[in-house]
Ligand binder design. Structure first.
Ligand SMILES: [Zn+2]
Length: 192
């Protein structure tokens, strides 16, 4: 435990936080403005978002490009996280939260999936801490309360993750990182 406490910050500093290129494409002209808002958010904060995720997970963020489609469809990430869908009509604050959420799935797809720990439990092992580091605890708590209302699976996953301390979540992530990576067979499941 002590060794990990010493190594984790050093590892975070070694990781090179370069945001991958993300192309934002509106499905139709009416979503062009929203796509522009997401694009501006990523340009302004992509490096910070990726740095916060690398610090919270101890993982290097994959550098490969991500395609983001902006529409009024339900937000989701494709099975490998390289294609994400973002909802046009969200408020600016929830756009920020959603962008980090969907981009974060790029990392959950790399982590081994163990019994009882689905994609959102994996994501919430670091998303709350990433939101807090980026935008403060009040923002993180507000976004959690919104996501809890998406459905029972999200509610259960947030309750599970937030029952642990930040150190507890990081220890859980460290244990998962130490396991061999399992191949995921996710398919195009909606992941809000
Ligand atoms: Zn999701």
């Amino acid at each position: 435990m002590i060794l990990r406490a010493i190594l984790a910050p050093a590892l975070a500093m070694l990781l090179c936080a370069a945001a991958p290129p993300v192309s934002f494409t509106p499905v139709s002209p009416e979503y062009a403005e929203a796509a522009g808002e997401y694009r501006a958010l990523w340009q302004a904060e992509g490096d910070r978002i990726v740095a916060a995720m690398e610090a919270a997970t101890g993982m290097a963020f994959p550098p490969s490009p991500v395609d983001a489609i902006v529409s009024e469809g339900r937000p989701m990430a494709s099975f490998d996280g390289r294609t994400i869908r973002l909802r046009a009509s969200y408020s600016n604050a929830y756009k920020k939260a959603t962008l980090a959420h969907e981009i974060g799935h790029r990392l959950t797809f790399i982590l081994p999936r163990t019994a009882g720990v689905d994609d959102h439990r994996l994501l919430y092992l670091f998303l709350y801490d990433v939101w807090t580091d980026l935008y403060g605890r009040e923002f993180a708590d507000r976004m959690v309360s919104i996501e809890r209302r998406i459905g029972p699976a999200y509610e259960a996953a947030w309750t599970w993750a937030l029952a642990m301390t930040r150190e507890g979540r990081q220890a859980r992530l460290a244990a998962l990182r130490a396991q061999p990576t399992a191949s995921h067979t996710g398919g195009q499941q909606p992941r809000v």
